[in-house]
Design a protein around this ligand. Structure first.
Ligand code: DC
Length: 201
């Protein structure tokens, strides 16, 4: 059975948490496509050429810790390069078409990677709430970070991801938008599962 769930949205809206929960609930495979761009961004920070790094990417490159703020910004920068996006396309589309169902989360899954996905969700939340979530995550590891810096980073990334010419972040026409600003994690997951279940027949 091929069944694809496309989940898009800005950073820290909750799409990773929701995607993992949806995949576990239905027994589908899950791909966090942001990791592909983060892995390329990390290689560029280490001195590599972005396009070559994207073309040479292997599964092992996704295994390290890619959560750092500078890696996220580097990912957002390499993600504007058309040749980088092209190099990562086939891997994502093959993953979406695997037998047994797949959940992919990112920025352009419902619009570009899987325009024919069976179900599309757009997960969002206000920039302030998303920055607060990231601040709590980062400040546990790095006590020099500030709320203002994390908010500025979130807004810079939103702007770059939404305003780029190719595959900008935006809801697909037929996506259900879930705003998690005022939702508990459990309620957001329930809303996603409740929307997907009827399409499985
Ligand atoms: O989801 P994330 O925060 O791990 O993504 C990191 C960056 O990668 C994001 O700012 C933009 C880019 N990205 C993208 O352009 N397309 C995707 N499908 C996923 C991520």
């Amino acid at each position: 059975m091929i069944f694809t769930v496309a989940i898009d949205g800005p950073a820290a809206a909750g799409k990773g948490t929701i995607s993992k929960a949806v995949a576990a609930h239905f027994g589908f495979a899950h791909l966090d496509t942001g990791l592909l761009y983060r892995a390329v961004g990390a290689k560029v920070l280490a001195g590599a050429d972005a396009i070559q790094a994207a073309r040479d990417l292997t599964a092992a490159d996704l295994a390290g810790d890619l959560r750092a703020a500078n890696v996220a910004q580097a990912a957002s920068k390499v993600a504007v390069i058309p040749e980088v996006r092209a190099a990562l396309l086939a891997f994502q589309q093959d993953f979406a078409a695997r037998d047994g169902g797949a959940v992919l989360d990112g920025r352009d899954i419902g619009t570009v990677i899987c325009p024919d996905a069976d179900v599309k969700l757009f997960i969002t939340a206000s920039a302030e709430i998303r920055a607060e979530r990231r601040f709590l995550e980062f400040s546990a590891k790095d006590d020099t970070t500030t709320r203002a810096k994390v908010l500025a980073d979130v807004i810079a990334r939103d702007t770059r991801d939404s305003e780029r010419a190719l595959a900008p972040l935006k809801p697909a026409d037929n996506a259900l938008t879930i705003d998690t600003s005022e939702l508990s994690i459990a309620d957001a997951i329930q809303a996603a599962i409740g929307h997907i279940a009827p399409s499985l027949g």
